[in-house]
Design a protein around this ligand. Structure first.
Ligand code: NAD
Ligand code: ZN
Length: 232
């Protein structure tokens, strides 16, 4: 890679695991004790808003107790030092990339620290709980929901992401199981654009065979090493 190379990096729950944020599907197939259909779909929210708000309220509150790990910090270092185009696309809803110094970042699945008013369609930075249905700061309606892209909803920034993928030279996927679309298909789009593709993951993922290279190990070790390589 020369220093004008265009890089797209996709991250998933695995990059935050060493910070103590649980990944998506544990060995029991549950996400922190819940079935995905019970907490991460618009139908679940319509059926049981209190349960869904409580689930995300707990995760939002826990952000105060976790810190970015060596992988987030290495990507922040890459972002500030890389002279070429770079886009970090995260599926994560935590704020650990920001706290690790990443600026060229998009949250394709939304953010815990944002609330979306379904009455007036505005979004607000949000630190506290939503379970008591506080009034929207813009219109006053008690209709704020987590600004999270649930299953069946359209991810954010897809045009920008697809544009970057279509012209990238290097695509790196970090800590993602390759089971959630459209993110799982990004490796294909990057390959069609002629990019080199690299996966960093603890275990082989559903998409490993689609990458030119897979490195197995912990993100906290593999990501700083990759960034050193790129900046050498
Ligand atoms: P996933 O949980 O399906 O997969 C995580 C992957 O990371 C697995 O392949 C696992 O082997 C790997 N992994 C675990 N520990 C690792 C480590 N220390 N280093 C490197 N890799 C490691 O996650 P996903 O693919 O991101 O899909 C999950 C969905 O759930 C996303 O849509 C995301 O929005 C949401 N989610 C987000 C968070 C978060 O914000 N931190 C946490 C859980 C789920
Ligand atoms: Zn509103």
């Amino acid at each position: 890679m020369d220093r004008q190379s265009r890089i797209v990096i996709l991250t998933g729950a695995g990059i935050s695991a060493e910070s103590g944020v649980p990944t998506f599907r544990g060995p029991d197939g549950l996400w922190e004790g819940h079935r995905v259909e019970d907490v991460a779909t618009p139908e679940a929210f319509a059926r049981n808003p209190a349960l869904v708000q409580a689930f995300y309220d707990a995760r939002r509150a826990r952000l105060a107790d976790v810190a970015p790990n060596a992988a987030h910090i290495a990507l922040g270092r890459l972002d500030s030092a890389w002279p070429g185009e770079l886009l970090i696309v995260t599926q994560n809803v935590d704020d650990l990339h920001e706290r690790g110094g990443a600026l060229r970042l998009v949250h394709m699945h939304g953010e815990l620290l944002s609330a979306w008013c379904t009455a007036c369609d505005t979004r607000h930075r949000w630190q506290g709980p939503l379970g008591s249905f506080p009034p929207c700061p813009a219109c006053g309606a008690p209709q704020l929901r987590p600004d999270i892209v649930w299953f069946g909803e359209m991810p954010y920034a897809m045009n920008r992401i697809l544009r970057s993928l279509a012209r990238c030279d290097l695509f790196v996927a970090i800590g993602t199981s390759g089971q959630v679309y459209p993110a799982a298909g990004f490796v294909e789009t990057a390959r069609e654009a002629g990019a080199r593709t690299l996966e960093l993951n603890l275990d082989p993922s559903a998409m490993s065979a689609r990458f030119h290279e897979s490195r197995l190990g912990r993100a906290g070790t593999l990501v700083p090493a990759l960034v050193d390589e790129l900046l050498a």
